[in-house]
Each structure stands twice: as structure tokens, then as C-alpha cells.
Design a protein. Sequence first.
Length: 274
Amino acid sequence: MTIKPEQETWADAAGQAHPAHNGPARIVSLVPSLTELVCDLGLVDQLVGRTGFCIHPKDVLRRVPKVGGTKDVNLDRLRELAPSHVIVNIDENRRECAEEIARFVPRVIVTHPCSPEDNLDVYRLLGGIFGRQAEAAALASDLRAALDEARQAGASLPREKVLYLIWREPWMTVARSTYISATLATVGWDTLPPGAEPRYPAFEWDAPWLAEVDRVLLSSEPYRFRERHLAEVEAAAGRPACLVDGEMASWYGSRAAAGLRYLAALRRKLAGLE
């Protein structure tokens, strides 16, 4: 009698073990940046659903049905798609929604990258479950190289304390417990305020900690800051300000390596090195 080896499994951010999936899967991603990763892993033909905020890669996703937003998933539409796997994120999707989805979807894959390095585990998780280990390894190799480049850029310049704006009226920023803050720290930008909670604090321009800010970064998402906002912010903060591509600072998944390189180049440019 032949004894089959135990099937390898991969643990997600909730500690759930997921076995390798045999045959084509039916994947729905409720996380924009991970929808892009699913495509970059070569799983486009197995992606049967996404949110309206899943916009990259545009040409491919036009053909993929929408199931609402990240916070307001259309569960009836999701049921109709009969997914074998649904990808969710602790920050971007509501826990109650994920628990309801788990009642009728065989596999709900929970993710929670909190730093650029955490993407290595996400690549390994999805690559393992869906049989895309080679593609995942290539992404991991590129990310490691980008992390080295970003760290070198950060080490070559004095660290700066930055205010990273994500919303206007009320003015909002990010705490150091966020993926954005960890990504910025890799290139030598330490976000203020220094606390971990709340993760996306609102503030007034007379807050005492603003005196420590060296530079203000205005993100393109979720609020779309534009050139016309720079003068307003510089006057309020009394510090230089610049626009930042928010996707490059906040999107994990396969965009993480490009994001780190973008931020490292921006850091050097603002220092007059490029």
C-alpha cells in the first residue's frame, strides 16, 4: 500500500491553514492591491470577481464582474459567482462581512501585511495555494532588491519627520502602526504623530507635535490632493510640502517593489540628489 504524504498547507493572517488547490480555482478578491497581485501571479483566468476599487490592471479587470465595494460587498452577487476562494484583508474589509462570506465560500483567505517585508509572506501564501510558486519567488526576489535599494536611500540621508496627509476637512494622517508608515520609514521618513492608535487620526493645525514635522506629503488617495492644495498646506504647516502617489505608498502586493523604488527616488530628488 502506498502512503500519500501529507498535503502541504499555508497559514493566512488569521491562522487558518489552506491546502493547495487542485485544478482551476474561482477567485474573488475584495482587496484592490491583491487583485493586482492575483493577476501578476498569472491567475487572471481564475479571477471571477472583484470590487469596484480593484482597478489594476485596467485592461484585464474590465472583463471581471464587480461585487460592490471593499466595505459594502454585494453578498447576493458574490453567491452567484460561486467562488472557491475569497481574498480579504483585516484593514480593508469588515470582519462581519468576512464571517458571513465564510458561511457559503469554502475558503476565505485573510491577509494583513503591516510592512513591506510582510509581502513576502503574502506572495508565499497565494503562490502556494494556487500553484504559482515560481511567480511568487520572482516577485519575492524583486521585492528584496527593492527593500535593499530603499534602505540604502534612507541610510544615505538624514531621517526626516513627515506628516502624510490622506484627507482634508477633517485633516487626517496615518499612525505608525499602518503599512504606509512602515513603508515610508524604509526610506527614512518617520511619520507623525508618533502613536500607534488611532490608525488614521484626525488633527488640527495647532497640534503641538506638528512643530517637529520637517516635511508634509500629500497623498493622491483616498483624498485626491492636487497642486492647488500645496500652498494651503504649506501655509498651515509652515513646512515644505509635495504630492505623493498614494498607490506607491499604500498598495501592498506586487506593487510593493515599485512603490519602494518610487519613494526612494522621491527622497533623493527632494534632497537634490536627482
